[in-house]
Design a protein around this ligand. Structure first.
Ligand SMILES: [Zn+2]
Length: 126
């Protein structure tokens, strides 16, 4: 098989993380409604995107189920711009999963792990 470029592997892993986030959402919510809209006091919209609690910058957490959720496009955009919304989402996260998991996620985010292409390939096939 032809070796896939790092860029392609990252894109495919993003697609996989997104589709898994959607499946988890549907499993627990039984609908496609965004679970974050109420945290910005907005009318609830249909979820269509992968929502990262901690940014995609860090490969340590980029594809973790603990970091990937399913949201509407407006919440995803707002999350980049509104610190109050971010802080409400983090409170929601701690409430839902516990402060311990939040601490673990934050530490993981700030702990860079060099990932080789073959490891990305392995993640993709996991
Ligand atoms: Zn939303």
């Amino acid at each position: 098989m032809k070796k896939r470029s790092r860029k392609t592997l990252v894109r495919l892993l993003d697609q996989k993380a997104s589709s898994d986030a959607r499946k988890r959402h549907l499993y627990t919510h039984t609908n496609e409604l965004c679970q974050f809209c109420y945290l910005r006091f907005s009318r609830v919209q249909t979820a269509t995107q992968c929502f990262h609690i901690l940014s995609r910058k860090s490969y340590s957490t980029r594809w973790l189920p603990e970091n990937c959720f399913w949201s509407c496009a407006s919440c995803n955009i707002r999350y980049e711009q509104d610190a109050d919304f971010v802080s409400r989402v983090i409170d929601w996260y701690k409430e839902k999963f516990g402060a311990k998991q939040w601490d673990w996620l934050s530490v993981s985010y700030h702990t860079p792990i060099p990932i080789k292409d073959w490891e990305l390939e392995e993640k993709l096939n996991a």
